[in-house]
Design a protein around this ligand. Structure first.
Ligand SMILES: [Zn+2]
Length: 162
């Protein structure tokens, strides 16, 4: 038995203990993923699930995938940033769904989402699922910001009960 396996995405060889079998959503067949490719794929899946939930879709529409790639190209946003921003807009700010698009994801709303998450951390509350959040932008001058009242917010609701 070979001691290495190839990642099905980046095609590099890895120690077989490093490779994880994962079935992406909307797929039926599990594939081999290296840790980096797995993380990206899972973030993309979380994006897709969140979009389906917000817009009540079975699959993200081509327009949404196009919006996503525009945001990635224009601002360098990862799936995680886009998903966190969508969750912030629709589950925290409770924006009304006007159209099946990502047009509300902008530098302004992404900043608002990051400030919101930082406030949550300052208040010692757990945020979403991931504790390893790292954004390219740093929020400076957090101290100057007055703490705002945080509405009843249960992070478990962000992704829906499982
Ligand atoms: Zn890989």
């Amino acid at each position: 038995m070979r001691s290495t396996l190839k990642c099905s995405v980046c095609k590099q060889s890895f120690d077989r203990n490093t490779i994880v079998q994962y079935t992406p959503i909307f797929n039926k067949i599990a594939k081999n993923y290296c840790p980096d490719c797995l993380k990206l794929r899972q973030e993309q899946d979380r994006f897709a699930m969140t979009v389906c939930k917000i817009f009540q879709l079975e699959f993200p529409t081509p327009r949404i995938w196009k919006n996503r790639s525009d945001l990635q190209k224009k601002y360098g946003y990862t799936d995680k940033v886009i998903t966190d921003c969508l969750e912030y807009l629709y589950f925290v700010e409770k924006k009304t769904v006007l159209s099946e698009s990502l047009t509300l994801v902008t530098p302004t709303t992404v900043d608002a989402m990051i400030r919101y998450k930082n406030r949550q951390q300052v208040q010692g509350q757990s945020i979403a699922r991931s504790t390893t959040t790292s954004y390219t932008k740093k929020i400076v001058n957090m101290e100057a910001e007055k703490p705002q009242k945080v509405q009843d917010f249960n992070p478990d609701h962000w992704l829906g009960g499982e």
